[in-house]
Design a protein around this ligand. Structure first.
Ligand SMILES: C=C(O[C@@H]1C=C(C(=O)O)C=C[C@H]1O)C(=O)O
Length: 284
């Protein structure tokens, strides 16, 4: 039986996947499915995908059905560099305005709602759209883009356009890191798949370690073949990201979930469960 592994098809996730021994994992029956976060969130909830990267918000929606692989995430201590609100007016003047939200995301769209509603106390109207900057801004005052869509938009951005990094705003208001994606596994396969999950987990951890050891150099060369961008741009981007899941990240996640619950976006999250190779699963 295959183990279906979700892979977020954005560069920000790559450090966890870049050095995986895919031939070996394929031989073990692992099947990789690269998709944007919203598709992976849905596929995981339907049981089509067994394990892999999903939006941290989606984990919050399925805490009773999923367990998180420890020490792994896509997070940023401060600015993230690829989750932007692009706006025709300054953020403080968005009250009563219309905002287009990317259909690719679950975490960032809810993070934006928390930022505007709770932190800035503004009331705005949202429309979910395909991530296309020009189309989004035809009839909206601002748009939210994430991942490689946001990076490519940033490179061609007109100088009069305002841009706001959601990771930076979250940090300014909470003094905590923000975790956008986690690596989760469906509880219903945990027992059956403990061994393959363990092998995959070790692969993610050593891929991250190797990327950090060589300063992301090899991975950045391969990204630049597909996306352009200067070496220093990509170095700064990966320096600003973080792929751990420390206690501080978990604290940030609980706060994110609480704020989402206050706005009626999410049911209360009482316990974040972390997988452990030894005792299978524990809660913190
Ligand atoms: C850092 C990012 O994080 C991504 C944001 C996600 C979301 O908003 O749901 C999901 C997965 C992450 O890879 C990004 O896309 O720029």
């Amino acid at each position: 039986m295959s183990l279906v592994v979700g892979e977020i098809s954005y560069t920000n996730m790559l450090p966890l996947y870049y050095y995986l021994d895919r031939d070996y994992l394929n031989r073990l029956g692992c099947m990789f499915v690269p998709q944007i976060p919203a598709q992976l969130n849905e596929a995981m909830s339907k049981g089509i995908i067994d394990v892999g990267g999903i939006s941290s918000f989606s984990y919050g929606e399925h805490v009773d059905q999923y367990t998180i692989l420890p020490n792994l995430s896509v997070s940023s201590p401060k600015s993230v560099g690829s989750i932007f609100l692009f706006s025709k007016v300054p953020i403080t003047r968005l009250d009563g305005k219309k905002i287009a939200l990317t259909s690719s995301s679950a975490t960032s769209v809810n993070l934006l709602k928390i930022i505007l509603q709770t932190f800035y106390q503004m009331d705005v109207t949202y429309t979910v759209m395909e991530p296309n900057f020009n189309e989004m801004l035809k009839e909206h005052d601002a748009c939210l883009l994430i991942g490689d869509d946001a990076i490519l938009t940033l490179w061609g951005l007109a100088p009069d356009m305002h841009r706001y990094d959601l990771g930076q705003i979250w940090f300014e208001f909470t003094k905590l890191p923000m975790t956008y994606a986690v690596l989760a596994v469906r509880n219903d396969i945990l027992q059956r798949e403990n061994e393959r999950i363990g092998i995959l987990f070790d692969g993610f951890v050593s891929s991250k370690k190797k990327c950090i050891e060589n300063n992301y150099e090899e991975m950045i060369s391969s990204i630049r073949k597909e996306f352009n961008g200067s070496k220093s741009f990509w170095e700064d981007y990966f320096q600003g990201l973080n792929h751990d899941l420390s206690e501080r990240h978990i604290e940030g996640l609980y706060l994110f979930y609480d704020k989402a619950t206050e706005l009626g976006l999410l049911k209360k999250v009482n316990t974040i469960s972390l997988w452990s190779a030894l005792d299978r699963c524990h809660s913190i």
